[in-house]
Design a protein around this ligand. Structure first.
Ligand code: PEP
Ligand code: MN
Length: 336
């Protein structure tokens, strides 16, 4: 980290900055130029708040040299992390498709759908049990019962399962679920991140609609600092001025994230676009952009879905998409 002092900064201001850096455990030194003083600091820069330094008397600017996410950054860990969930793997050349309904709507429905999705190329079964809905009057999910149905369907079809957890208190209910999903609305719910990090399960961390790449990585850093190493990041669209799609799929986040972190990155084109017709093209684009997997909402009868029907593919559409994704990935491999 480098602190650039103002031209007219008083000597006491530079001394105060050095004192602050040292009190945070960093080693600081100064370089006095003709017009200004530069103060350098090495050590665990994550311990210091750059904004706090910037607000100090006589400080012109603060530049970080290393990113504030040492555990999930590529610096300390150049090789790709492979996150495995059952037989599915993401990252390091592994690509997996997560498929399933927005919400688990009944035992019969998920039991019937799971083997169809497996045959269509899914490697993980998704389904919401606790649904974070914008309106308190919208369908909220069938809770613990839905988790039991999902686990049963996954086990019967031979598919590992993933479902969204909304609060630390719900953790015991997820005992038989293989992967915990932190939904977009909870990306910065730090108590939830801490609780989930110690659960000993892989975590699917979705980007918040208003979260920057840096904030997403800092959320992942919470998980890693808490002992969780099996993480998958998910770009699912951000909020923009555009209203033609439900969110705006920030596909550039895929190569940006993959440069900054060793963690696998997948894309959810369903919540990103909100429209089933737009899911296949954006899924193919995500594969072409280097994503390590996809999460796609699939419902046996989208028109009858209790939530997010308009963006759900039918199993047949999903199967067709899976084949097309395979062709894109093979073309990329031939290119490499
Ligand atoms: C979901 O995947 O079920 C979901 C609610 O998505 P998001 O958190 O991205 O809105
Ligand atoms: Mn949904």
């Amino acid at each position: 980290m480098i602190v650039i002092m103002k031209e007219n900064a008083r000597e006491e201001a530079a001394a105060a900055v050095i004192g602050r850096l040292e009190s945070c455990g960093l080693i600081a030194w100064r370089s006095d130029g003709e017009r200004r003083t530069l103060i350098g600091a090495v050590g665990d820069a994550g311990r210091i708040d750059a904004e706090m330094l910037r607000a100090m008397d006589g400080v012109e600017d603060v530049r970080r040299i290393s990113e504030p996410f040492p555990r999930c950054g590529r610096h300390a860990h150049p090789a790709d992390t492979v996150t495995a969930v059952g037989d599915a793997a993401f990252g390091g050349g592994h690509f997996a498709m997560i498929a399933g309904p927005c919400a688990v709507e009944s035992r019969e429905q998920i039991l019937a759908l799971a083997p169809v999705l497996k045959a269509a190329g899914a490697q993980l079964l998704r389904g919401g049990a606790f649904k974070p809905r914008t309106s308190p009057y919208a369908f909220q999910g069938y809770g613990a019962q839905a988790l039991a149905w999902l686990a049963e369907a996954g086990a019967a079809a031979g598919l590992p399962t993933v479902s969204e957890i909304l609060s630390p208190e719900q953790l015991p209910l997820f005992e038989h679920i293989d992967m915990l999903q932190i939904g977009a609305r909870n990306m910065q719910n730090y108590e939830l991140l801490k609780a989930v990090s110690g659960a000993g399960k892989p975590v699917l961390l979705k980007r918040s609609p208003a979260g920057t790449v840096r904030e997403l990585l800092l959320a992942a850093e919470y998980l890693m600092a808490g002992g969780c190493e099996q993480i998958v990041l998910c770009e699912r669209g951000i909020r923009s001025f555009e209203t033609a799609t439900r969110n705006t799929l920030d596909l550039s986040a895929v190569p940006v994230l993959k440069e900054k972190t060793h963690l696998p990155v997948i894309v959810d084109p369903s919540h990103a676009t909100g429209c089933a017709r737009f899911v296949p093209p954006m899924a193919l684009a995500a594969a072409a952009a280097g994503a390590d997997g996809l999460m796609v909402e699939v419902h046996p009868e989208p028109a009858m879905a209790l939530s997010d029907g308009p963006q759900a593919l039918t199993p047949a559409q999903f199967e067709k998409l899976g084949a097309a994704v395979g062709r894109v990935r093979r073309a990329l491999e031939a290119e490499a």
